[in-house]
Each structure stands twice: as C-alpha cells, then as structure tokens.
Design a protein around this ligand. Structure first.
Ligand code: SF4
Length: 242
C-alpha cells in the first residue's frame, strides 16, 4: 500500500465535490459504477455521505475474489445502505461457458473480450440504460491509455456522458483519504494488487511493475482494458444531456 501523502489538500477534495455537483446540475441524474478498488472507496464515501441522489451499482461477474465479496459486506455495514449488485444474464453466461469453457479467456484475445462482454459490459449497459451520465473512478496516472482522459467526456461506446471526478488524484491522495476517513478497502491492496478485477485475470504485481501489470498479464499492454473504458477519450462535444 502507498504511504500517506501529506499534500492531499482540502481544495482537491472540494474540487471532487464540485465536479459531482456540476455533473448533477448538468445531467440531472448520475449513476456510479463501483469497481470495489481503492478509488471506489473514496467515491463511495463522497457519494453516500454527500450525494445520496447519485445511484450506485457494482457488477458481480461471478469470478471476483473472495476479498471483494467481503468488502461488499463491510461497505454495506459501514454506511447502512445496500449496494446494488448487477449480474450477467444467466442464459448468455450459459452459452459463453458452453462455447469456451470456464477459463477460455486464456486462449485468445477474442475469447477474453467475449467473456468481458458477457460478464461485465452487457451488465454495465443494462445498469446505465436510461441515465444521461455515469461516474467512474478513472485517474490520469493509472495507465498511459488514461492520461488523456477528461473530467467529462462523451462515451460514444455506451451513448452517455462519462464523468471522472478523480482524474487529478494521485494514488497517494486516494490512500490518504482512505486512511483519514478510516474507510474499509479491498484486502487485496495489502497483497500487492493495486488494480482489482476478476480473480483468474488479476494477479499481484512485482516491485517496479506498472499498477495495471497484474490485469490480463498474459496480454500485450495495449489490449488490457475490459471494454468499459475505450482507449480514445473524445472531448465532450455531443449535445448536452437534459
Ligand atoms: S476479467 Fe476475465 S473472468 Fe472477468 S469478465 Fe473479463 S475475461 Fe472474464
């Protein structure tokens, strides 16, 4: 885990609140896709404490680590709220496993993307359907592919705006906030998992490796996204949502 960063300023936290408040004013309704990673603990805290009108869900792909399920329970106990859990369509899942077996995603990029589509992307689409914008915990420093992201962008792939209010936070900022607020967090972070995903597709990183090196580690770095965050982050040029 990263050491506390004494530079996390109240101004940065205020900006986070301002980004969410501005997005709510602009779009009316927002939904947050909770990844159960470290950034998600900051956003869960801010949203459930200060913006309860923002809806929230997490996706259970059926292949999560036990640590993620335990965290789900701890979050619900701390805040006294139920985090909506969205699941893959049962029949799509049956067909997927029938076609490629339980762990076919190791065989090829096509099979891996198909598994992510059925277990993550399709449940995500169902959850955000009808919303004008969704909130994500992306940060610029997470990967080269995210360095150009903007606080608000048009998500062409899913047909709604994407709001990323933590973009300018460092990993140390995230951990300082978690410690200062004594928030629950995923126990995998203490086992060298900076980025949390499905159990068979995520492993601990070695010293010096990038924080996403443990995600789909057998693939080339440029393919290591699940389909929720396309590589091109276009500016917010689409018509304003009501
Ligand atoms: S991360 Fe792995 S197990 Fe999870 S949905 Fe994608 S391919 Fe399937």
């Amino acid at each position: 885990m990263v050491e506390p960063n004494p530079s996390l300023s109240g101004a940065r936290i205020e900006r986070l609140h301002e980004h969410l408040a501005a997005a709510l004013r602009r779009h009316g309704r927002l939904i947050y896709s909770n990844s159960l990673g470290a950034e998600a603990m900051v956003l869960t805290d801010v949203i459930w404490e200060s913006f309860p009108e923002i809806e929230m869900f997490t996706i259970d792909t059926g292949r999560l680590h036990e640590e993620s399920y335990l965290l789900l329970d701890r979050l619900q106990r701390r805040y006294g709220r139920t985090l909506r859990v969205v699941y893959p369509d049962a029949r799509d899942l049956e067909r997927l496993v029938g076609r490629q077996g339980m762990n076919g995603f190791y065989d090829s990029l096509e099979k891996r993307l198909e598994c992510c589509r059925v277990r993550k992307v399709e449940p995500f689409r169902r959850a955000v359907e009808g919303f004008p914008a969704w909130v994500t915990g992306l940060r610029h420093a997470q990967s080269a592919g995210r360095a150009e992201a903007q606080v608000e962008s048009w998500d062409e792939q899913h047909g709604l705006y994407k709001v990323s209010p933590l973009l300018d936070w460092s990993e140390a900022d995230v951990w300082e906030y978690i410690r200062a607020r004594r928030l629950p967090y995923n126990a995998l972070h203490d086992k060298q998992y900076p980025s949390i995903g499905c159990s068979p597709c995520t492993r601990a990183i070695q010293p010096g490796e990038s924080r996403r090196a443990g995600r789909w580690w057998w693939e080339q770095p440029e393919t290591r996204e699940c389909g929720l965050h396309p590589r091109n982050h276009a500016p917010a040029t689409a018509p304003a949502a009501s």
